[in-house]
Design a protein around this ligand. Structure first.
Ligand code: KIV
Length: 262
């Protein structure tokens, strides 16, 4: 998958399946599947480091995880998430942050919001860096939004979201994530845009979907947002395996002869 395939897939009405990915062994597994592209998201701060928000992810942290994923991912398109404020400084610093993720192995960067970002998006695209937009619930603005809430409800909000999506497209984004947006609105926007929309909590009318790895595997069980579908009961399976391991150790069933050096 390359950047131009995003548009091609939309034109052919082929849905795009994305998943977040943060580490090399997950990348090995993803590599062996039909998943189209991966996002090394700033959600890494929450799902791997236990933070309550994504705000503490740094460019260095994301770059570290991009490098881990890229080291084992040969054919997947890798998007690196620009973290909180890293692209809201001066143009030079913003470009440096994006460059760090590209040098670590990303094929594109993602940034949240349209307002105040359009000049940077144009500049990055002109500099050879593909940009994915992200609108609707933008988790880096969680305190401004008053929590993790559905966005784009009501005519005025919906219109604003619609216009901002078109702005991102005009600025040169190759795709845009729509997070926690009413399904009808996400569908309308997807139909109005030439570039594909990737939904998370935005219904089935977007051009693709993305899920967070730990939600998808059922590893994260403390909360289950409405839009998450767990494809595995990961936490249960790991707990069962650990229980068996402990029993085997305590009953001297592990290791056995074959697992020991004679
Ligand atoms: O960081 C992330 O995982 C994301 C997805 C929710 C789209 O931005």
């Amino acid at each position: 998958m390359k950047v131009h395939h995003f548009l091609e897939k939309k034109e052919k009405h082929e849905k795009i399946a994305m998943i977040t990915c943060y580490e090399s062994w997950a990348a090995v597994i993803v590599e062996q599947t039909e998943v189209d592209a991966v996002l090394v998201g700033d959600s890494v701060a929450m799902v791997m480091y236990g933070d309550d928000t994504t705000l503490n992810a740094s460019t260095e942290l994301i770059a570290r995880h991009v490098r881990a994923v890229a080291s084992r991912s040969k054919n997947k398109f890798i998007v690196g998430d620009l973290p909180f404020l890293s692209y809201r400084l001066d143009l030079r610093s913003n470009v440096v942050a994006a460059g760090e993720l590209m040098k670590a192995g990303a094929h594109a960067v993602k940034l949240e919001g349209a307002r105040g970002n359009l000049e940077l998006i144009r500049h990055l695209v002109d500099s050879g860096i593909p940009v994915m937009g992200h609108l609707g619930l933008t988790p880096q603005s969680v305190h401004q939004l008053g929590g993790y809430r559905v966005q784009g409800r009501g005519a005025e909000e919906a219109e604003r979201l619609h216009v901002e999506c078109l702005d991102l497209e005009k600025a040169g984004c190759f795709s845009v994530v729509l997070e926690c947006v009413p399904a009808e609105l996400a569908k309308d926007i997807s139909q109005a845009l030439k570039i594909p929309t990737i939904g998370i909590g935005a219904g089935a009318g977007t051009d693709g979907q993305i899920l967070v790895w730990h939600d998808f595997l059922g590893l994260q069980t403390e909360m289950k947002p409405k839009f998450v579908r767990r494809y595995l009961s990961g936490a249960d399976l790991v707990r069962e395996a650990l229980g068996k391991y402990v029993r085997d150790v305590k009953s001297s069933q592990f290791p056995n002869g074959e697992e020991s050096f004679q």
